[in-house]
Structures are given as structure tokens and as C-alpha cells.
Design a protein around this ligand. Sequence first.
Ligand SMILES: C[S@@+](CC[C@H](N)C(=O)[O-])C[C@H]1O[C@@H](n2cnc3c(N)ncnc32)[C@H](O)[C@@H]1O
Length: 318
Amino acid sequence: MSEHYLLNYVDCTEYELPLDFRNIFGRERETFLEIGFGSGEFLLQKAIENPSSDYLGVELSMISAEKLLRSLSRNYVQNVRALLVDASFALRNILPRDSLSGVYMNFPCPWPKKRHSDRRLNTASSLEKIAKVLKKGGFFQLYSDSEEFVHEMLEEVGHTEFFDDPVLEANPTVGAGTRYEKKWLVMSKDIYRLKCIRIESEINDEEDVVRVSNLWIENIDERSLQKVEGESFSKNEIFVKFMGLYRNMDCKTFLIETLTVDRGFSQRFYINLSRRGNRWLIKLDSQARPFRTKAVKFALRVLSEIIVKEDAGGNRNH
Ligand SMILES: C[S@@+](CC[C@H](N)C(=O)[O-])C[C@H]1O[C@@H](n2cnc3c(N)ncnc32)[C@H](O)[C@@H]1O
């Protein structure tokens, strides 16, 4: 992407989390979020219609994000910021609690039940995540072409204590105006809109993001290090796998390719192990910047425990 388009892009790994909206918009206004903005028509329209409000969009697809960024730039729109990250992770860790006036979801993929169950957005736990970032009185609005999906969602809304006043309409007079909506209308499908309001209730969901510090060890056990590739570890909802080991010619620097998963959110990055004077430093490699999650912290700790060499007295010196 050319630098010009990046003005409206936010690389969340560069910010302290949760985000402070004043740092990304340079002002404090009512803020709204669209989950899965696709080509971005909805966000563009909303932002042009309401220049005194701010809009965030979360997408997984780089191609979609580029389309949105191009159209924002073409239309000189400055009150939208695009985040390229999994929406579940963003709701849990990136967006502050009680910060948004509204969350929009337009034509999400109603994933088949079993295979993609972790990606389904119509579950009670997804509604809880959405509720967590909404201010009391804020709304959640969903458009969908699937009657079954909106009814499941309506049922879930009824089961949670986070939302009230659900209103489900078939073929509402005002549509979302998105690419997917146009696609379904051309096929003469019915369109459904569900809207509900966030009410007062306690949400105790924990964040995955933590402070991650560099580790030092006195000596490494080379044989244990050689065996690290392919090793995997899990704890609670955390998973770590060391995918590969690469060494510098002088054997004073190693890169360990690492996969981590926190509650379904996966990241791939390198851990850098390097000799510094008499000791070894274990830290995240600066080339790929993962979010500092519990699994990332666990990966550094578990690696240090595997490779640390015992001293003559059988002690493992960290
Ligand atoms: C069916 S498309 C709808 C796009 C757009 N809202 C529209 O109505 O035209 C669903 C969009 O959600 C995005 N998406 C799916 N799962 C996501 C997730 N976990 N986090 C963020 N975006 C997601 C996809 O990349 C895709 O662009």
C-alpha cells in the first residue's frame, strides 16, 4: 500500500492497548465500529454523512482494507480508521470497554455450524464481547440475508443480560448499501435487520494482552535447543508451537519461529536468542511484531526453561 493511503490505517501493534481513540483520531468524538467492512461502502457513507463522529472498521482481508483506504483517500475522508485484525481479538483486547456508541455488522458469513464454530459471530460469547466495548445505551445493528441466522442471533440476545429492546425487521426501508446487500437484492433475497440496545450489566471477560519482558539465562544447552523444533505446549486456552530453528553463522544468534494461539487467535513470529557478554538474551525479534499476549509470554518462558543449562550443582540459572 502506498504511504498516502496509510493515513487512515492503524497498526495496533504500535499502540498501547486498549487503544486511546484520541491517539488515533486526534480528537474525542462519538465513535462507531463496523465489523467485517468488506469493500467499505458502509463506513465511507456513514463517515461522509456524519463528519463530527468517528468510525473504526475491523477487517481480516488486506484486499478489502486496501479498497476502503483508497476510497477514503479519494473522498478526502478523515474520520475513519481501519484495523487489519481478527474482530474477536479486537473486541477483547484492542477496543476499550464502554467506549463505542454503536457496533455495526453487515452481512457476516453465517459459518456452517461445526466446522467454523470458533469463527461464528452469533454466539452468546460474541455478543458479550460486543457488549463489552459498547457504552450503556449504545446499539448493536446487524444486517443479514439469512433468516435462520438472524433468528439465532435474536434468540441469543434474549439469553444474554447485556442487551435489550431487540427489533427484527424484514426488508427494512433503509438498507446497508454494501456490496453483499446488492448481491442478495439482485437475487431477490429478503434482507433482515436486527438492532438491540446495550443495557447495564457486569462483564468480567479477561484481556489476553499482558506485559511481556525479555528474559536472560546464564548458559544454553545446545542439545535441548536443537530439539526445540516441532515441540508444542498448552496451558488453559493457550497453545505454543516452535516451528523452526535458524542459526547465525557465528552461533551467537538464533531465531526460533514460533506459533502461538490465545483463545483461537493465532500469531506467527520469531523469538530472538542471542549471546550478550556472558549471558543469553531471549526476546521477541523486531522483524515481526506480535501482540504481547499471554501465549507470547508463555512461549518465551517455556523456551527459556527448555534451553537453560544446569550448572554443576544441578541448578537452572535464569
Ligand atoms: C460476507 S462479507 C461482507 C462484507 C461487507 N460487510 C458487505 O456487506 O459487503 C464478510 C466480511 O467479514 C470479514 N470477516 C470475516 N471474519 C472476520 C473476523 N473474524 N474479523 C474481521 N473481519 C472478518 C471478511 O473478510 C469479509 O470481508
